[in-house]
Structure formats: structure tokens, C-alpha cells
Design a protein around this ligand. Structure first.
Ligand SMILES: *Cc1c(COP(=O)(O)O)cnc(C)c1O
Length: 368
């Protein structure tokens, strides 16, 4: 086998995988229609419903990464010339605009400065003006470390008769997600962030209003693979072949979801908050300053402005030394924030004070 170095993955994803999940991934294969595997699929779908906070029947681990979950939500709900309002507060809001415009939708962007939260009033105004089919935004913006206000935006969208699409890639399994209480119609996530699985699956959930919209389409979804009415054949009651589910990954996700429920989502969210607080305190003492105001911070992903000591050494060189000499990965800034911030993920397995202590010791050594 390839001899890989051991890494502590404190970037924006992937995060380290729990030993029990690694074991689950290495189980001998069974078929994707084997009753033993279908029982695991049932279990995964049930646990995903609980974690998403939804009763949506069509909740499933899509066989692709988080970006495909984004694409699935948008291409099923949008037809050419439909209007969509997208909250753009970082890279992943930008990506939503790109996917929606390729689907032929008319995109209205509501922007906010990177590192700040979307303004629910600006979103509501845009929704009233555009009367869109869909309102889409990111719950946990991994490029900026901002947790966006979901409820007021979702409420305004629903009052205008729009469907709500929410990106939960860096929130699911790290902080509370409550789709039904928030009035979200379609949502997607990824396995490699707060669920601490490898990348490769995208948990998605479609509510009844979203599915009614898909049934009312005037033309079929342009993507055969992501068409939810076809996916429902396998992930619904019939369990009919559509594509071959990535069996090993689903076994890994099942184990990851068991770990989440054994810990309890409340305790897990507290662990993420405590780890982020420890990070702010420990790196704050070394001159790092939070980019995001306290009320909008995202515990699984903290963005920090760099102190002079790091800038002087060259921030990319410091990150390289952390990786090569200490086996620790942290993320640099993206886009407008490149070179000025770091993105430090304390996600899933890694949301512990011990990760912070290892990072601080390594940093002190690199800067010495
Ligand atoms: C990582 C991420 C994605 C994309 O997921 P991939 O698994 O890389 O395709 C989408 N949205 C957010 C908020 C993310 O953090």
C-alpha cells in the first residue's frame, strides 16, 4: 500500500477520519442490492433525517461530493428562465450562482462583504423584487468562517412563495441543523467536514414542496444522474437499480452517523464551540485576530487575521513548514482574503483542545 504520512487536518476539509469509520470502510464488499446492505442504507437515511432535523422521505447520501449536492438541489428545482436569488458571502455562494446560471436561471445576487453575514432585510427586499422560484444561500460559509442567519431569510423566501435551498456542508454534524423548523425545502451537505468521513458522499434532503416543483417541471432535469425523480427509485421504497451506490463509503458514513448519535448533537455542538473558543484564546495570545464578529462566528471553521510574525516569515511558507515538519494542515485565505487570513478547521474528530495545543506548539517551533 502507499505509505502516507500521518496528518492532523486542520484546514477547511477534509478532517481526520475516526478509527471506527476507517474500519467500516475496509469491510468486505457486498452488493448494493443485498438485503444486508439495504438495511444499512435504511439506517443511514433514518439517521440523516434526524441529523438534518427533517421528516423528508427523500433524504439520502448522494454518490458524489458536496458540490454535486449543490448541483442536484439547483438543477432539479430550476428550469431555464426561472428566477433565483442567491446570497453571496464567499466562494460557495459564488459557486451557487455559477451552477444556477448554467442551468439557465436568471440569477439575482445579494452580496455582502466577505467575513460579514448576509443582511436578511437586503435578502427579503431582493426576494420581493425578483419574485424568484428559488432562494439559495450557504449556512456555514467555509471560505469566510461566517454562520449565516437562516430563519429570517427562509421566512422571507417562503412568504414570497419561493423554495429555500440551503448549503449545510460545513454545518451538518458540527452545529445544529433543523431544516423543517427553519422552513428549508432542499439542502445538501458533505461527508468530509464535520462528519469526519472521507469525501465522496453528499447527504441531501428534498421536502414535499420541492418534489411537487420537480413533478410540475415542463421539461426533464437536464442531468440524468442527479434527477431526483429517478434517484427516488433506488432511495425510495422500490430499491430499483439507478446507479451502483458506493457501498464502502455508505458503510463508513453509517459508522460516522452512529458516532454522532452516540455523542449526541447537543454535546457535539458544545465540543465544537469549546474547541473554537480554545483556538481563539490560544492563537489570540500569539497575535492572531478573528476576522468575524463573535455573533456570526462559525465554530467548525475559524478565520484569523495573521500577526506580523507570520507575515514576515511568509504565510505560505509557515503553512508549508507546519505541514512538512509537524504534519499539520491549515488552510490559507481564498479569493479576496488570500495572504491575509488563515482558515482553521476544528471539525468532527478534530474539534478538541488537543488539536489546538498541537497546532500552537508547532507554530511556536516554526516561528522560533
Ligand atoms: C466544501 C464545501 C462545498 C463543496 O464540497 P465538495 O465536497 O468539495 O464538493 C460546498 N459548500 C461548502 C460550504 C463547503 O464548505
Amino acid at each position: 500500500m502507499t505509505d502516507l504520512p500521518a496528518r492532523l487536518l486542520l484546514g477547511p476539509g477534509p478532517s481526520n477520519v475516526a478509527p471506527r469509520v476507517l474500519q467500516a470502510l475496509s469491510q468486505p464488499l457486498v452488493g448494493h442490492l443485498d438485503p444486508a446492505f439495504l438495511a444499512v442504507m435504511d439506517e443511514v437515511q433514518g439517521r440523516l433525517r434526524r441529523l438534518f432535523g427533517t421528516a423528508n422521505a427523500l433524504t439520502l447520501p448522494l454518490s458524489a461530493t458536496g458540490s454535486a449536492g449543490m448541483e442536484a438541489c439547483l438543477v432539479n428545482l430550476l428550469e431555464p428562465d426561472d428566477a433565483i436569488v442567491v446570497g453571496v458571502a464567499g466562494v460557495f455562494g459564488e459557486r451557487m450562482c455559477e451552477v444556477a446560471s448554467r442551468a439557465g436561471a436568471r440569477v439575482t445576487r445579494v452580496e455582502t462583504e466577505w467575513g460579514t453575514a448576509l443582511d436578511p432585510t437586503a435578502m427579503a427586499d431582493a426576494v420581493r423584487r425578483a419574485a424568484p422560484r428559488v432562494v439559495a444561500f450557504v449556512h456555514a460559509e467555509t471560505s469566510t468562517g461566517v454562520c449565516q442567519p437562516v430563519e429570517p431569510i427562509a421566512r422571507a423566501a417562503r412568504e414570497a412563495g419561493a423554495l429555500v435551498v440551503l448549503d449545510c456542508v460545513t454545518s451538518l454534524g458540527g452545529i445544529r441543523v433543523d431544516l423543517d423548523a427553519w422552513g428549508v425545502d432542499a439542502a445538501y451537505s458533505g461527508t468530509q467536514k464535520c462528519l469526519s468521513c472521507p469525501p465522496g458522499l453528499s447527504p441531501v434532503s428534498f421536502g414535499e414542496r420541492a418534489l411537487a416543483r420537480v413533478r410540475a417541471r415542463s421539461r426533464p432535469v437536464q442531468s440524468w444522474y442527479l434527477d431526483v425523480s429517478l434517484l427516488a427509485g433506488y432511495y425510495g421504497a422500490d430499491r430499483a437499480y439507478h446507479h451502483t451506490a458506493p457501498i464502502s463509503m455508505v458503510l463508513g458514513l453509517a459508522e460516522a452517523l452512529r458516532l454522532v448519535e452516540e455523542e449526541g448533537m447537543e454535546a457535539r455542538e458544545r465540543r465544537h464551540r469549546d474547541a473554537a473558543a480554545a483556538l481563539l484564546e490560544t492563537l489570540g495570545a500569539r497575535g492572531f485576530e478573528p476576522l468575524v464578529p463573535a455573533e456570526h462566528r462559525l465554530p467548525p471553521l475559524t478565520t484569523l487575521r495573521l500577526p506580523d510574525a507570520v507575515v514576515r516569515h511568509g504565510e505560505a511558507d509557515v503553512r508549508r513548514a507546519l505541514l512538512e515538519r509537524h504534519g499539520i494542515e491549515v488552510g490559507g485565505g481564498l479569493g479576496k482574503l488570500a495572504g491575509t487570513i488563515w482558515r482553521i478547521g476544528l471539525m468532527g474528530e478534530n474539534a478538541r483542545r488537543s488539536s489546538v495545543e498541537r497546532l500552537a506548539a508547532a507554530l511556536d517551533d516554526v516561528l522560533a
